[in-house]
Ligand binder design. Structure first.
Ligand code: ADP
Length: 240
């Protein structure tokens, strides 16, 4: 289990490495907005007649953007931390939104159109925030990579309540899909079809979902592309 968690940490750090440029941009954007708002505010003050209402708007923008930057840094720190499995009550919708904060630039840069369909009032699950975030980031990054040859890239992220009380998270792309041989091996450690791939993403994702008492699977879409899904039992189901 220790080796497994070391490996998970390593895979997480290398995914973050791949996303570094994106994340740096994610932090840089609000910082640039802070500087611009600060300069604009100063100009409004220096104009002779102080336009305090404009200055106020500038200050509000500074605070808002400062919070945005520190939000990204905070999530990054959490994700890069070398923690053991921590089981707490979690809202899967929130986990998805957190993960999106770190990959949204990558989504934009690759001109992927994202549809987010989050079920309302999901029951909490018991789980580890960082590990689940890692699964979602893995699935999104894989989906983006699978769509590299497609023109009209569409990514759908969905949460839904299952009849058995579990929550299902769906990541659907319209990428190149996979064949039967790939389907059988995809979740194995070190299986990759990518030149730079490590082949650990899905294997680690599966062990994380297993540790949450859930399951993860992949299927092909009728209209092309792949769908990856995982289901995690809600708290009530685990207690009863
Ligand atoms: P890596 O991304 O390093 O290759 P993964 O374990 O995440 O490692 O993925 C293993 C393999 O599964 C990929 O190399 C690819 O062949 C296949 N795969 C993963 N996600 C998708 C997807 N969304 N569409 C098609 N194939 C995929």
């Amino acid at each position: 289990m220790h080796a497994q968690s070391e490996l998970a940490h390593f895979a997480r750090i290398s995914t973050l490495g791949e996303l570094t440029a994106s994340i740096a941009h994610e932090v840089n954007q609000p910082l640039a907005a802070i500087v611009t708002s600060g300069e604009a505010g100063l100009r409004w003050l220096e104009n002779g007649v102080a336009h305090l209402d404009r200055v106020k708007i500038g200050l509000e923008r500074i605070i808002q953007n400062g919070k945005r930057a520190s939000d990204v840094v905070l999530r990054l720190r959490v994700l890069a931390r070398k923690d053991d499995f921590k089981r707490i009550e979690l809202d899967l919708n929130e986990i998805i939104e957190d993960a999106l904060l770190l990959v949204q630039r990558e989504i934009m840069r690759n001109r992927v159109s994202l549809t987010l369909v989050l079920a309302k009032k999901l029951l909490p699950i018991q789980g580890d925030r960082v590990h689940l975030q890692q699964v979602i980031i893995n699935l999104i990054v894989n989906a983006i990579q699978a769509m590299s040859d497609v023109n009209n890239r569409r990514l759908v992220l969905e949460t839904a309540k299952n009849d058995d009380g579990s929550i299902v998270v769906t990541v659907r792309d319209n990428g190149r899909g996979f064949d039967l041989e790939q389907q059988n091996r995809m979740f194995s450690a070190f299986y990759t079809t990518k030149a730079e791939g490590m082949g650990m993403g899905l294997s680690i994702s599966r062990s994380i979902i297993d540790a949450h008492g859930g399951r993860i699977w992949a299927s092909l879409n009728e209209d092309g592309g792949a769908t990856f899904q995982f289901a995690i039992p809600t708290q009530t189901e685990m207690v009863s």
